[in-house]
Design a binder for this molecule. Structure first.
Ligand SMILES: Cc1cc2nc3c(=O)[nH]c(=O)nc-3n(C[C@H](O)[C@H](O)[C@H](O)COP(=O)(O)OP(=O)(O)OC[C@H]3O[C@@H](n4cnc5c(N)ncnc54)[C@H](O)[C@@H]3O)c2cc1C
Length: 500
């Protein structure tokens, strides 16, 4: 049937999928593109849900490069996505049993705050931030208006950027060791290591400088209306430009003919044909289930099977019968970055620390008259208690429910150190285990960021002709990163189509 033939079919409406679809339709509105999404809403991990009037973000909760004239905002504007952003400042407020540290969204103010709390490390703090700033300035002076350096720019970095060159072989841990002696201060400066689930010793110093510290130099932003509204605004722009999106439509197979992707088969057996396929689905699933081993070179299968999945997490979503006053929107309680990561790496989950998010504190339009929504977040291993006590094929057994309840209570108790009497005000409670993250996005092991850091990333072009990848699997963590990988996939296709 002619109507079932497309120029491009995109599997998944995560950031990679939406970035691809928007790029294709925006640059050539005559193209017939289709996004197939297994869930009933768009966005993958850029998402949210409502329960009894309470709004919760279910994944990402702060974005970089969204200020006027900044990279992500410029790309969204160019692609017709209408989205306002609210500055999150303070970026985070850290509550410890003995002190409260405010991570201001201004590097100078943040430095002064750190010096106030760690006077013994004053010189180290000043010098540490000087190094971070010099690396960041060098990076942005070469990679102007783009997200990642080209090969040519990498060479320029090597030859013209002394600070990047000097720190090129160091880990973030090495950099911290050079300037910082206080362990609590190390944990504070390495907070984004916790987010990524990767110890500072496993991250390069220059990468940490550019990525982890950008919120203090370039701002940290929240999309007005919440993450779900943000994803929906992307879909609106995509649809307005002629793109088609179908929800509750799971792709079962990618059709391969003579080594080339020519279409997809849906769960209900329907076949749809396309000249190009972009997969925003998990790479292990794309390769091993949607394509099938028989179509792929053994080295590719081996390459994928060796890569471990990134961290996942455990979260609790609470609706309260009261509005929280004088509470910041982004809170970390009892941050112990390195200890926590060591525990999780050992497959354990017994949190002593918790991240707290209160969406209506940053965006009043999300306010529910009945009370505040509170999100408690932690990173967690997938295989804890052999996949959280679940049964065969992830069955939610009584043990699974018991474990879920036990740890949701533990997180609530921890949060009470910041929000006294929290437990007395709960009227709505939802819990997400790593298996929940897995079932909503189909990301293997509920992985939040694709593969674990440290592995060579797969190329966007797969060994199958006309099958490209987009999203966390190819580029790693982060909303803008995944969106730009989608833009890149779209650009590759546009270029190839132009040549014909
Ligand atoms: C709790 C949490 C907090 C985070 N915080 C931040 C943050 O503050 N800032 C930040 O920048 N990043 C954050 N991230 C990371 C960021 O959200 C992700 O890196 C990014 O959104 C992933 O995008 P993706 O393109 O890989 O797609 P994904 O989000 O993985 O989405 C893939 C989509 O494909 C669909 N799909 C998969 N298989 C199929 C199939 N067979 N058929 C049809 N559809 C299919 C899924 O349903 C899903 O919608 C966070 C992530 C989590 C989970």
């Amino acid at each position: 049937m002619d109507s079932e033939n497309y120029d491009v079919i995109i599997i998944g409406s995560g950031m990679g999928g939406l970035g691809s679809g928007l790029t294709l339709q925006n640059h050539n509105p005559k193209l017939k593109t289709l996004i197939l999404e297994q869930h009933s809403i768009p966005g993958g991990y850029v998402n949210g849900f409502r329960r009894k009037g309470y709004y919760f973000d279910s994944g990402a909760e702060g974005l970089v490069f969204c200020g006027d004239g900044q990279l992500f905002k410029l790309a969204l504007d160019e692609l017709g996505v209408k989205q306002e952003f609210i500055l999150i400042d303070p970026v985070e407020t850290l509550y410890f049993p003995d002190k409260k540290i405010v991570m201001y969204g201004d590097e100078k103010k943040y430095q002064s705050e750190l010096i106030k709390h760690f006077p013994d490390n004053k010189d180290g703090i000043i010098r540490f931030f000087q190094v971070v700033k010099s690396i960041m300035d060098e990076f942005h002076s070469v990679v102007k208006g783009k997200f990642e350096p080209s090969f040519k720019e990498l060479l320029r970095i090597v030859f013209t950027c002394p600070n990047m060159r000097k720190n090129a072989t160091k880990s973030f841990d090495n950099l911290l060791n050079e300037y910082i002696t206080n362990n609590q201060l190390r944990d504070v400066l390495a907070i984004y290591s916790l987010w990524l689930g990767v110890l500072p010793s496993k991250i390069r110093a220059i990468q940490a400088a550019v990525v982890f510290f950008s919120p203090y130099y370039y701002g940290h932003y929240y999309p007005k209306g919440g993450m779900l509204a943000f994803a929906k605004n992307m879909v609106n722009a995509y649809s307005k430009q002629g793109g088609e999106l179908r929800y509750r439509t799971k792709v079962k197979k990618i059709i391969i003919e003579n080594g080339k992707a020519t279409g997809v088969e849906l769960e209900n057996g329907t076949e749809l044909r396309a000249k190009w396929i972009v997969s925003n689905s998990d790479l292990s699933k794309t390769a091993l289930e949607l394509v099938g081993k028989e179509h792929l070179p053994s080295e590719y299968i081996e390459f994928i099977s060796k890569m471990e999945k990134s961290i996942t997490g455990f979260a609790v979503f609470l609706g309260l019968n009261t509005h929280l006053k004088d509470t910041p929107s982004h809170i970390a309680y009892n941050l112990k970055t390195e200890k926590y990561l060591e525990r999780v790496a050992g497959g354990r989950y017994d949190p002593e620390e918790v991240l707290i998010r209160i969406p209506d504190k940053i965006d009043p339009s999300l306010r529910n008259d009945k009370g505040s929504s509170v999100i408690l977040l932690t990173v967690a291993p997938y295989d804890f208690e052999k996949n959280w006590g679940s049964g065969k094929d992830g069955k939610r057994t009584a043990k699974y429910k018991e474990i879920k309840e036990k740890y949701s209570q533990q997180l609530i108790q921890l949060a009470e150190e910041v929000i006294p009497d929290l437990s007395k005000h709960i009227v709505v409670k939802e819990t997400a285990t790593p298996l929940t993250f897995e079932s909503y996005t189909l990301n293997t092991e509920g992985s939040w960021y694709g593969f674990k850091k440290g592995y060579k990333k797969p190329k966007q072009q797969t060994p199958i002709k006309h099958l490209l990848l987009a999203g966390g699997n190819v580029k790693g963590a982060g909303v803008p990163t995944c969106f730009f990988s989608g833009i890149k996939a779209g650009q590759i296709i546009l270029k190839k189509l132009k040549k014909k």
